[in-house]
Write a protein that binds this ligand. Structure first.
Ligand code: G3I
Length: 388
């Protein structure tokens, strides 16, 4: 599906009036008169993820901020299998409907995230018995369940959502199929079945494969290989999502590695989407994955150094990292359809709880008070650099 900008003309003022209770204000200190998405309006769509907290209505100011700054939205959790289809006969559309309502009223480009993933999928999808999770169901039954899920979700939203993350994270960094219940039961066929089901449900949809660490060469090659194989079998994948959960360090990953990934995927005939951008400013703590910061067997302070705010020096580094990333995205605007942040303000980022729970990260463009950060300014100012 071509991404037709005219279909998504924004009307932020109307949205703010329609959605927000009287008196709700954004406490942003330095939000510019026209939002960040305006800066990139001739380059790519600019998006963010909406949390369940926001969709549940407990943070109305967040809707206003998102409508002001972005023109694209992804549901951070609300459209995943576990949320939307918690049991075989049970569908829970409440938060997903709220997402679509907001997107429709704000004239946002909406991304359906995500149809098939090994995470956030109820175990009952894969096992014969609810109690005994040892016997997996048959390939035929799982194929039926996959088709029913994919087609029911797309059918419900296809008038509003035209872009779907159909399959998420099916490949390891070493360039092999990821071991998952999907793969254990159906083998590689699950990828093809997911894209076939999605294509049947909406022939004109823009269908994507989404994964992290896509700059790693083995992973990149394997993803291109499996998507090419699908194409030869008559199943078209339109786009590829580079999640881009990056770190502050300039080599994690390097701009060069990301650039090569963008170029290689584009050469393979795929539209590139930057789907979940954020910049981790904390020290690597994967060794303690899943533990709470208060329960570490070591002094936790060095692993959680910015509890009381980001020092000016790190704030500046964060701005420079974001600037370098956006300069790269602009350079390849002919290949990139969209850049989405994975959240709007630091307090709601998944990075506060991963890999270690309860740390204070600062990975996004707005701080915990919804004030724009230096990183925001650095990106916004690219507008001046690009003026004729
Ligand atoms: O809502 C419950 C809350 O009621 C409960 O008290 C709390 C206790 O653990 O959990 C809350 O749910 C958490 C949910 O986020 C909402 O905050 C889940 O435990 C937690 O697992 C879930 O994490 C999400 C993660 O996907 C799951 O793998 C993150 O929010 C979400 O940002 C993250 O997003 C993924 C993308 O979909 C795919 N790419 C990677 C990306 C980051 O992991």
């Amino acid at each position: 599906m071509p991404l037709n900008r005219r279909k998504f003309i924004l009307n932020h003022a109307a949205l703010a009036t329609a959605l927000l209770p009287l008196g709700a204000t954004v406490r942003a200190k330095a939000v510019y008169a026209s939002g960040l998405s305006e800066v990139f309006k001739d380059d790519f769509f600019l998006g963010t993820a909406i949390s369940n907290k926001t969709l549940s209505g407990s943070d109305p100011a967040m809707f206003k901020l998102i409508a002001q700054e972005f023109n694209t939205i992804t549901a951070e959790n609300a459209m995943k299998w576990q949320s939307i289809h918690p049991d075989h006969e049970r569908w829970d559309w409440r938060l997903a409907d709220r997402f679509v309502k907001f997107g429709h009223e704000a004239n946002m480009l909406m991304i359906g995230h995500t149809l098939i993933w090994h995470k956030q999928t109820p175990p009952t999808v894969f096992f014969k018995s609810r109690k005994k999770q040892d016997a997996l169901i048959s390939r035929d039954l799982l194929r039926k369940r996959l088709r029913l899920h994919v087609q029911t979700v797309i059918d419900r939203y296809k008038r509003q959502i035209a872009l779907w993350d159909v399959v998420n994270e099916a490949v390891t960094d070493k360039g092999r199929w990821r071991e998952s219940h999907w793969y254990d039961i159906m083998g590689e066929e699950f990828l093809e079945q997911a894209f076939r089901a999605a294509r049947e449900a909406d022939p004109s949809a823009h269908l994507m494969y989404n994964d992290f660490n896509m700059e790693k060469r083995q992973k990149q090659r394997f993803v291109i290989h499996i998507l090419n194989t699908l194409r030869k079998r008559g199943v078209t994948v339109d786009g590829v999502g580079l999640q881009c959960h990056v770190s502050l360090a300039a080599d994690a990953p390097s701009i060069d590695a990301l650039e090569a990934a963008i170029i290689n995927f584009a050469k393979a005939g795929l539209r590139v989407h930057i789907t979940e951008l954020d910049v981790d400013v904390l020290p690597n703590a994967w060794k303690y994955k899943g533990l709470h910061i208060d329960d570490l067997p070591i002094d936790s302070d060095p692993l959680d150094p910015y509890k009381n705010g980001l020092p000016a020096r790190i704030e500046q580094q964060l701005a420079e990292r974001y600037q370098a990333l956006f300069e790269l995205f602009i350079k390849h605007r002919d290949k990139i359809a969209r850049v989405s942040l994975w959240g709007t303000s630091d307090d709601e980022s998944w990075k506060n709880d991963r890999p270690v729970i309860g740390r204070t990260n600062h990975p996004l463009l707005f701080d915990t008070q919804k004030r724009s950060k230096k990183a925001y300014d650095a990106i916004y100012k690219l507008k001046d650099k690009r003026a004729p």
